[in-house]
Design a protein around this ligand. Structure first.
Ligand code: ZN
Ligand code: ZN
Length: 596
């Protein structure tokens, strides 16, 4: 090969690097995926300064011989390796970037590898081969990438601050650990441990290693299947919430993927269980015949499309909804259930003390104890299912409509919170939120009635609108029809309402009509279901008792009974809790009557 050709190749790699390697994370990703392809059972990722200074990835996989070790960095040879690597991915989402030569062109790379026979060391600086010699490594591969982008003028354009780079890497490694529970992962930055998994193959253990015990205790196992798909994994109790989607991990046939639609199906299944701008924690494994999957790959991300999206949506929605409906979701006020938003991801990065305290043995013991409890629980369940009548009894899962035991009100605190009790403990109920939930479910049911009962108004209501709103309203008169609102156009920008659906009479009619029309005129990308939901929530809020409305014990009792009969009695339509509890045991413990 002439010198000029070599220069061309170096240049081509550097150009490609800009596309393939945007972040330190992309380098980590390439190296970790190589390690997985090499059938590693342990992968160590050691960073210095978030990887900007150095990324070291070590695995115990099959390694390479001398020839392959050199060829791995040649753009020309990558395609040959690629077909070999694709063999590992038959039936999976096999995708490989040609990132290794690109990475080597903009950094200093040292590769040590051994296939069990010969050990090789290759050193490459800025894409130029410096040395090839034998190495003392016994098995596997170790790649050190130093000074990423050192020889490019646009280094700063590529790399964000250390904090951001590290959060990308942490998120990526967390997701890989979740997709490969059989592989032991270790991630460190400046010798501080960020993640360590044990390779025991247990998904819940990986969740524990990433998110900690308090989150793990609040994860629910799910499972479901239909003709085309099989799903399984863990979702969080609604009380665990995050402000972003990063804690939702999607795996398709074992590979981490990105798909905003699926994330939406998951969060939509939590509709009214959590506020609109919040997200659950979830690890969802999807198994599907690869024929139904269309992989649309970009070197830095993996997005995929499913050809039977509808049945997947139905399956996810049904599985999660049914699971949530089967649980008692009253937050226990005495337990510390709120999870520090950043605990698992970001603050750990910047509070080194945390990691000095990282007491692995203790952490693992706690998990084992928790696991033992869960196992005991399952044993009890299993025994229960052998009862003569053969009915499976699950203690945690209780039949719908009886999701909260009967409670007896004893008073009102701050004009807002109903205090109630039963044999299990004490409850605090937010009277507005509870009333709002009751009304919301009522309105939603009425609204979905295609032929709503209507009644004439004794005194018709005249409503005038600014011209811009009137234009939109006029375009959407059919929505008023479908709601059962009888109207007439009356002169300029004015309508007269003559009849209304009966359900509307439960609230301040004029105010409710205003709210509905407001929703119609500001609607963006209209969907009937969301429209009705929005109306139900809005009208419910306005029609409900407020804080500082003093209600009688009898009213409270009626409200609590109606709350108990709701589909979801635990949250208001905005996802805020309606009820919290102090269990009898909590109270005994708090007052030191019970020791433990
Ligand atoms: Zn409200
Ligand atoms: Zn609310």
């Amino acid at each position: 090969m002439s010198k000029i050709q070599i220069m061309d190749e170096v240049l081509a790699n550097k150009i490609a690097a800009g596309e393939v390697v945007e972040k330190c994370m992309n380098v980590v990703k390439e190296l970790v995926e190589n390690a997985i392809d090499a059938k590693a059972s342990e992968i160590k990722i050691e960073l210095i300064d978030s990887g900007v200074k150095e990324i070291r990835v070590t695995d115990d996989g099959i390694g390479m011989d001398k020839e392959d070790a050199v060829l791995a960095f040649s753009r020309h040879a990558t395609s040959k390796l690629k077909t070999e690597r694709d063999l590992f991915h038959i039936g999976s989402l096999g995708f490989r970037g040609e990132a290794l030569p690109s990475i080597a062109s903009v950094s200093n790379v040292t590769l040590k590898t051994c296939n069990g026979e010969t050990g090789t060391m290759v050193e490459i600086h800025g894409g130029k081969l410096i040395t090839v010699e034998s190495s003392d490594l016994q098995q596997g591969t170790s790649i050190v990438v130093k000074n990423l982008f050192y020889n490019t003028p646009v280094r700063l354009k590529y790399l964000k601050n250390l904090y951001t780079e590290l959060s990308y890497i942490t998120e990526y490694v967390n997701k890989m650990a979740l997709s490969y529970p059989n592989i032991r992962f270790l991630l460190t930055n400046n010798e501080k441990k960020l993640l360590k998994t044990d390779g025991s193959g247990r998904l819940l253990k990986v969740i524990h290693d990433i998110y900690g015990l308090s989150v793990t205790k609040k994860m629910i196992e799910i499972q479901g299947e239909n003709e085309d798909y099989k799903i399984s994994g863990y979702i969080s109790y609604p009380e665990l919430q995050k402000s972003n989607k990063n804690a939702i991990t999607l795996l398709v046939n074992g590979r981490v993927i990105r798909n905003l639609d699926i994330i939406r199906y998951i969060t939509d299944s939590y509709h009214t269980y959590i506020p609109q701008d919040r997200y659950p924690i979830a690890v969802l494994k999807i198994e599907v015949d690869p024929i139904l999957v269309d992989v649309n790959v970009h070197p830095t991300k993996m997005d995929i499309k499913f050809s039977k999206m509808d049945t997947l949506k139905d399956l996810i929605t049904k599985t999660i909804t049914e699971k949530l409906e089967s649980l008692t979701l009253i937050p226990d006020a005495a337990l510390e259930t709120t999870v520090d938003e950043n605990k698992t991801r970001i603050s750990t990065v910047y509070t080194p003390n945390r990691f000095e305290e990282f007491d692995e043995v203790k952490k693992d013991e706690e998990f084992q104890e928790f696991e033992k409890m869960t196992l005991n629980f399952e044993v009890q369940e299993a025994e229960a299912s052998y009862l003569p009548n053969g009915t499976e009894i699950k203690e945690k899962e209780i039949p719908k409509k009886e999701r909260i035991k009967k409670m007896y009100p004893v008073g009102l605190v701050h004009g807002t919170y109903i205090v109630a009790e039963n044999e299990d403990g004490m409850y605090l109920i937010d009277q507005h939120a509870a009333n709002e939930r009751v009304n919301y479910e009522y309105y939603l049911k009425e609204l979905s009635n295609p032929q709503p009962a209507t009644m004439d108004l004794l005194v018709p209501i005249t409503m005038e609108f600014p011209s811009n709103e009137y234009v939109i309203l006029k375009e959407n008169f059919h929505l008023l029809d479908s709601l059962g609102i009888g109207y007439e156009e009356f002169g300029f920008q004015t309508i007269v309402i003559r009849s209304i659906p009966v359900w509307l009479t439960k609230s301040n009619v004029e105010q409710a009509l205003r709210n509905i029309i407001d929703i119609i005129v500001v609607k963006e990308d209209f969907q009937l279901e969301r429209f009705l939901d929005h109306i139900a929530a809005t009208v419910a809020c306005k029609a409900s008792i407020k804080a500082n409305d003093h209600i009688t014990l009898d009213d409270m009792e009626v409200l609590l009974e109606r709350l108990r009969s709701c589909e979801n009695p635990f949250t208001c339509p905005h996802g805020r809790p309606t009820i919290i509890t102090y269990s009898k045991y909590d109270l005994e413990k708090l007052f030191k009557r019970a020791m433990s």
